[in-house]
Design a protein around this ligand. Structure first.
Ligand SMILES: *Cc1c(COP(=O)(O)O)cnc(C)c1O
Length: 399
């Protein structure tokens, strides 16, 4: 690391609360690559944690942001704006759920909205409020979404957490059934768990949860904050299963790097929220919405759903080759371009070694290295990245 980056990181250490521990100072990004403050380039196989699905600085996204910013950046929800209105139509259409959308600013805020909508519906349907979520799931860092997140490491120190959540084992329908009682109103899950170790739901599990929800009059809520916007090869990961949730949330990749979250409902739940029963000042921000419309246009016109499957499979097969070669690498799992490499060592050490070779990757727990490249990933990107990955593994595990 040289001068500029060191300067910024030193100031960062003094002035930002130490919730994060950044190792690189990003100065710009284009497509799959970012450049640091000293001019070093990296392949970003994190997409800024599942955000830059269409790549950094896509010209259509930049243009949409610039044009809308020049018109107006905010007008409040006392008035309507066209980009957010068209985006709601688009999202509901892509989902095929036939309901309505609510806009906010982040994944946690979208999940909060889902929890509130489920409770409001439950209050009117038998006085029920409890939501069953999955161990190893991840739903955000606000108090309610933290309570919804069945992982001790991020809940510690924040008691008392809001009540009204129960936990079940992912991919274990009996465990979900056992967690349901007369107070239960909903089951909330990720179709592919991201932070919790890149675990796709089994087909029967998703269908079983849907059938259980139908039988007990519960809402099925899918958290698509990480797995949505084409990441797994369908617009939303639940579409890869033969089920429809009642509600789903998205955020991360939705607006091409601007903060935006959305809650989307089916027709049954479209009018549960009533005037002033829920709100968000910046929700449906016209610049973010214009960016999101451009992101959707790029995913459609560049056939990125197909590419997530096609080149996601190539990347997965290449990673499998390393698993076959090195004892410390145990398994590749995931869907589309949400991939996890399970390692028999510290995932963080692997991520550090990859960064030394100029490739940025993530961990998902202590023993999973997570790859979330932009969905624009080409075969030549894969070749170039594989050289870096190969060198990193050679350094770590070679003779
Ligand atoms: C990142 C993430 C969240 C939280 O999103 P924020 O925008 O950070 O609040 C929620 N759920 C899932 C599945 C996520 O991956």
């Amino acid at each position: 690391m040289s001068k500029e980056s060191e300067k910024v990181l030193e100031l960062y250490g003094k002035k930002l609360m130490p919730t994060y521990a950044p190792s690189v100072v990003i100065a710009s990004g284009r497509g799959m690559k970012v450049r640091d403050a000293d001019g070093l380039t990296y392949y970003d196989f994190t997409s800024g944690i599942g955000v830059q699905n269409v790549g950094y600085s896509h010209e259509k996204v930049v243009k949409a942001i610039q044009e809308q910013a020049a018109l107006f950046t905010h007008c409040s929800n006392l008035y309507a704006n066209e980009p957010a209105t068209r985006l709601a139509e688009k999202l509901v259409g892509l989902s095929g759920l036939g309901g309505k959308a609510f806009f906010c600013n982040s994944g946690a805020e979208a999940n909060e909205a889902a929890v509130k909508l489920a409770r409001k519906w439950g209050a009117e349907n038998g006085g029920r409020y409890e939501i069953v979520t999955m161990y190893r799931g991840f739903h955000g860092r606000t108090l309610a979404t933290l309570a919804a997140t069945g992982q001790a490491w991020c809940q510690e120190g924040y008691d008392p957490l809001p009540v009204g959540f129960a936990y079940a084992e992912f991919n274990d329908l009996e465990s979900v059934k056992a967690a349901v009682n007369e107070k239960t109103v909903a089951v909330m899950l990720e179709a592919v768990q991201g932070e919790g170790g890149v675990r796709p739901a089994d087909d029967e599990f998703m269908k079983g949860v849907r059938a259980l929800c139908d039988e007990k009059n519960l809402l099925m809520i899918c958290d698509e904050v990480q797995s949505g916007m084409g990441r797994t090869g369908t617009w939303f990961a639940w579409q890869g299963y033969d089920v429809k949730p009642d509600l789903f949330t998205c955020a991360k990749a939705l607006a091409g790097g601007l903060p935006m979250g959305a809650l989307v409902s089916n027709a049954k739940l479209a009018d549960v929220f009533t005037p002033s029963s829920h709100a968000s000042t910046f929700g449906g921000n016209p610049v973010a919405a214009a960016a999101a419309l451009a992101v959707i246009d790029v995913i459609e016109s560049e056939h990125l759903l197909e590419n997530a499957v096609k080149n996601g499979t190539l990347l997965r097969e290449a990673l499998q080759g390393f698993v076959d070669k090195y004892d410390k690498l145990l398994e590749v799992r995931g869907k589309g371009m949400l991939l996890g490499l399970v390692v028999d060592c510290s995932a963080k050490e692997v991520v550090d070694a990859l960064r030394e070779q100029s490739l940025l990757a993530l961990t998902a727990g202590e023993h999973v290295v997570r790859f979330l490249p932009p969905l624009t990933l080409t075969e030549s990107d894969i070749d170039e990245a594989l050289d870096m990955i190969s060198d990193a593994f050679d350094c770590l595990f070679g003779e």
